[in-house]
Structures are given as structure tokens and as C-alpha cells.
Ligand binder design. Structure first.
Ligand code: HEM
Length: 472
């Protein structure tokens, strides 16, 4: 059915829920649940559910382990790693954003494939985190390797999306990674990069260094680290790349949202208050609204109910049932949001009444298995969007005749979201096209040099600086 849906399983689920209601049986012992009251009992911190069979059929990592104790220990290692490295990583993220701005500058006023530049950016950031060095994809280096790595990951997630409904077949994916294939290329490439990372004499602090320090130096440890290096790249690049592409497409569709961000950020830059780690009301409202409309992970986290069963309001779900909550359905449910299909960033700022159920906003899932890289992802999105919108307007090439409905119809579900290829045009610099800009000097130079580096403990503890640490 997933195959027949042409990788649009999220639409199939939507139709099934329209027809049969909140609880739909989608497998012999599997339920898809769209009841908003199910979020806490199924996914929440004190939920008695465990991760479903899908996870167990993949190589063990912090993400795929079904062992709660191991997850707790390993997740602590990851969380501490991010806490240590994120503040130091901020300036490096700005360096990658510099490269992205250069690439846009070289292509100003020409059609650029937005998906490609966003993918390259997110792969570069993730490679630096995972392997301690940049792959130079954004700068146009290593193009062949970039292509192969990206295809390898895509084949992996496509395989997962097809087979995750049939766990015994899913275990074959592991074997696919050993016979010549794009996935094997990716696996070999990443294992080699981990090995090279081990040999760097004085590496800059990064997540992989932290994971290495906290993993036994034996065969099991090596297997875990290799798998987690792939997890960093796989979990962090497709998701962030897709989110970034969609944000720019929405800004091209809604130039007023771009103006609002620019207005907010002009003042922030002028006061030298910019930090990509710091939450900004308008900027974040646009990011959140795109993440709401198009959760980059379309896979509804799979859980198994406890043997005694699970009570959700008036509904009793029997024990050992596999359950999941479809993220797309949740985002488009009028019980959760007023005008759920409309792009209204103000619902996150001046019009909170348009959010009817805040618990439903979980593009990064929710604790205890929420996204470990959420703060990093938001940092990347802020850095790129704040700085690109400061310098450029974004639009569609006239000859493309962008058709919103047809475009979103072509979105696919490969576990993560598949954003259709789209060209955009960046025109600027804005300091010439917007004479009312409050910043007299070249805005671009200010932005490249004067970002805050919140590296003190006080900054880290400040919810304004480390916004988005809390669950929405
Ligand atoms: C916009 C970007 C991102 C989105 C929307 C996103 C979303 C998610 C979601 C929904 C999950 C839960 C998946 C599940 O339940 O199976 C998850 C887990 C995870 N994500 Fe992200 N993610 C993003 C970026 C990142 C980045 C940059 C990293 C960095 C390495 C990352 C690392 C992880 C890890 C390690 C997990 C597993 C956590 C655990 O199970 O304890 N993600 N992410």
C-alpha cells in the first residue's frame, strides 16, 4: 500500500482517518491514532509504552535501541555532548552560513535549486559534527562524493519507509548495507570518516569527540560509534535540509513574512544582539509555522502498549499493540489549530488563540525520545534564515509559474519528508533594494562579523539564548 501510494503514506493515513475516525487498524496488531488525547499517554515522559519493532530491526544507536536503560544512559551522553559543543559550535555554524551566502552571491538573480544548496549546507554542518571536518559540499567541493552520500542516505530512508510496516523484511536493510549499493557506499564512507576523525591530533570540540570519550574502546564500541556517526548525518541532514528548503519556499510565497523577519533582525543586528542560539519571536514564529505545516519527520514514532493495555480517555487499547500518531494529521487537525492548513506565523506570537492544543506541536517529537539535535537544528535554521533574509529577497523564477497546490501535492514521505525540487531566485543586496534599512554600513559585513558568541554558563542557562530547549 505504501508502494502503491507512491511514497505518500501520510496522505493514505489522512484518508483512512477521515473515513474511520481517530483509531484505525493499519496492521494485524497495529493502530494509527489521531486522537489529540493520545499524545501524552503514547509518547509522553511517563508513558508506559516502549519503542516499536521497527527500531529493533536497525543497528543499535541512541535512536534505535529498545532498551530503556541503555537509552537513558546513552541519551545522557548525547545531551551532555550537545551542551558542551553547541555554544562552541555557534561560530562554526556561522562559517557554514558564510559559505552559503557566498554561494547565493555567486548565483544572485539566477535560478538556484534550493533543495540542493540547503542539503549541501546541512550535510556540511553534520559532517563537521560527526567527523570533525567539513566536506565542503556548500562550496561546491567533493561534488561526486556529495552526490553519492546523499543518494546513499536517500536510498536508506526510502527503503525504511517502504518496509517499516514489515519488520522482518526491514532487517534485510542491514544486509543491503553490505552488498554493493548506494547504502554500502555511505556506510563505508562514514566508517572511513570516523576512523580519520580518530586520528586527528588536536580536534576542535565536537559531538563525535564527546561520544568517543564516552564509548568503550572495543569492537562493540566501534560498531556503536560507526552507527551513530551515520545517525548524526542521517538524522540531522535530510531533516534540516528539507526544513530549510521549505522555509525559503514559504518566504517566496509570503514576502510579507520575509519583510517581518528582516525588520526584526535589522534591529537585532544593529544593536549587535545577534546570536543564532538566541530565540527571536518573529523569526522563530516563521520557522515554527513551517515545521508545523510540514513536519520533516513524517514517520509516526512507533510504540508498543504495555501488557496491561493503555487507557486513552474513554478508549482502551489492548496490550502489546503497535501504535503511532501520524505527525502530518496532528498538524492539520482543527482540534489542534484554527485554520490548520493556513500559513499564519502570528499564531506563535500575537495570535495564540489560533493554537488550540499546544501539545500537538511536536515536529521534534517529545520526551523521553525527542530529537537530541533540536537545538542544533534550530540554530542552523536561525542562522541561515536571519542572514539570508537580511541580504536578499526570495522569489520564484517567472518561467516556473509556481503552482502551490501542485507543488505540495508532489511532496513525498520517505520516513522524512521529500520536498519536490524547486528553483528560487535570490535578489539583492537588500541594502540597495530597501532604502529604508536602518543600517547604514554594509549589512552583510556586519552580519558576518558581529554575531554574539554566548559561551558563558549564564548564557547557556538563559532560556532566551537557548530558546527551544523546552518542549513546545
Ligand atoms: C529540522 C530538523 C530536525 C527535525 C524536524 C527532527 C525531528 C526528529 C524527530 C521527530 C525525532 C524522533 C524520531 C522517532 O521518534 O523515531 C528525532 C530524533 C532524533 N534526532 Fe532529530 N530532527 C531534526 C534534526 C536533527 C539534528 C540536526 C540532529 C543532530 C544529530 C538530530 C538528531 C536526532 C537524534 C539523535 C534522535 C534520536 C533521539 C532519541 O531517540 O533519543 N536531529 N528527530
Amino acid at each position: 500500500m505504501v508502494f502503491k501510494s507512491n511514497f505518500r503514506w501520510f496522505h493514505v493515513l489522512d484518508d483512512l482517518h477521515d473515513r474511520y475516525g481517530d483509531y484505525v487498524r493499519v496492521g494485524p496488531r497495529e493502530l494509527s491514532i489521531s486522537d489529540p488525547d493520545a499524545i501524552t499517554p503514547v509518547l509522553g515522559l511517563s508513558s508506559k509504552t516502549t519503542k516499536g519493532p521497527f527500531y529493533g530491526s536497525l543497528e543499535q544507536t541512541v535512536h534505535t535501541t529498545r532498551d530503556r536503560r541503555f537509552h537513558r544512559q546513552r541519551r545522557r551522553v548525547w545531551d551532555n555532548g550537545f551542551k558542551e559543543s553547541l555554544a562552541l559550535f555557534g561560530p562554526r555554524i556561522e562559517g557554514f552560513t558564510d559559505s552559503l551566502l557566498n554561494r547565493i552571491e555567486e548565483n544572485t538573480a539566477q535560478a538556484v535549486a534550493i533543495n540542493e544548496i540547503c542539503e549541501h549546507y546541512s550535510y556540511d554542518v553534520m559532517s563537521a559534527l560527526a567527523f570533525g571536518k567539513t566536506t565542503g559540499f556548500t562550496e561546491g567541493k567533493s561534488t561526486d562524493t556529495a552526490k553519492k552520500v546523499i543518494v546513499g542516505i536517500r536510498k536508506g530512508v526510502e527503503g525504511m519507509s517502504l518496509l517499516l510496516h514489515v519488520p522482518w523484511i526491514l532487517s534485510m536493510l542491514k544486509r543491503c548495507s553490505r552488498v554493493p549499493s548506494p547504502m554500502k557506499f555511505f556506510n563505508d564512507w562514514s566508517a572511513e570518516q570516523v576512523e580519520l576523525r580518530r586520528r586527528i591530533a588536536n580536534p576542535e570540540p565536537d559531538l563525535m569527540g564527546h561520544l568517543m570519550k564516552n564509548t568503550p574502546n572495543d569492537r562493540q564500541g566501534k560498531i556503536l560509534l560507526d552507527a551513530e556517526a551515520r545517525l548524526i548525518i542521517g538524522a540531522g541532514s535530510d531533516t534540516t535540509g528539507a526544513a530549510l528548503s521549505l522555509i525559503f519556499i514559504y518566504l517566496a510565497m509570503h514576502p510579507s513574512a520575509l519583510d517581518d523577519i528582516r525588520k526584526e533582525m535589522d534591529a537585532v543586528f544593529a544593536a549587535s544582539q545577534y546570536s543564532c542560539l538566541r530565540r527571536q519571536p518573529v523569526l522563530d514564529s516563521v520557522l515554527n509555522e513551517v515545521l508545523r505545516l510540514h513536519p520533516p519527520v513524517l514517520f509516526g514514532a512507533q510504540r508498543v502498549t504495555p501488557p496491561e493495555g493503555l487507557q486513552i480517555g474513554a478508549v482502551f487499547v489492548p496490550g502489546n499493540a503497535v501504535v503511532s500518531i501520524p505527525p502530518y494529521r496532528l498538524a492539520r487537525d482543527p482540534r489542534n489549530y484554527a485554520f490548520p492548513d493556513s500559513f499564519i506565523p502570528e499564531r506563535w506570537t500575537s495570535r495564540p488563540e489560533l493554537v488550540r492544543n499546544r501539545a500537538a506541536f511536536i515536529p521534534f517529537s517529545t520526551r523521553p525520545y525527542n530529537c537530541a539535535g533540536k537545538n542544533l537544528a534550530m540554530t542552523e535554521l536561525r542562522s541561515v534564515v536571519a542572514r539570508v533574509t537580511g541580504d536578499y529577497d526570495v522569489g520564484f523564477p517567472v518561467e516556473d509559474k509556481f503552482d502551490e497546490e501542485a507543488f505540495f501535492e508532489r511532496m513525498t514521505d520517505h520516513f522524512t519528508i521529500g520536498v519536490p525540487r524547486q528553483n528560487l531566485i535570490f535578489s539583492g543586496p537588500v541594502s540597495e533594494s530597501v532604502p529604508t534599512s536602518t543600517v547604514a554600513v554594509n549589512l552583510k559585513d556586519v552580519k558576518r562579523l558581529e554575531f554574539l558568541q554566548p559561551s558563558t554558563d549564564a548564557d547557556l542557562a538563559d532560556p532566551q539564548v537557548y530558546g527551544n530547549f523546552r518542549d513546545y
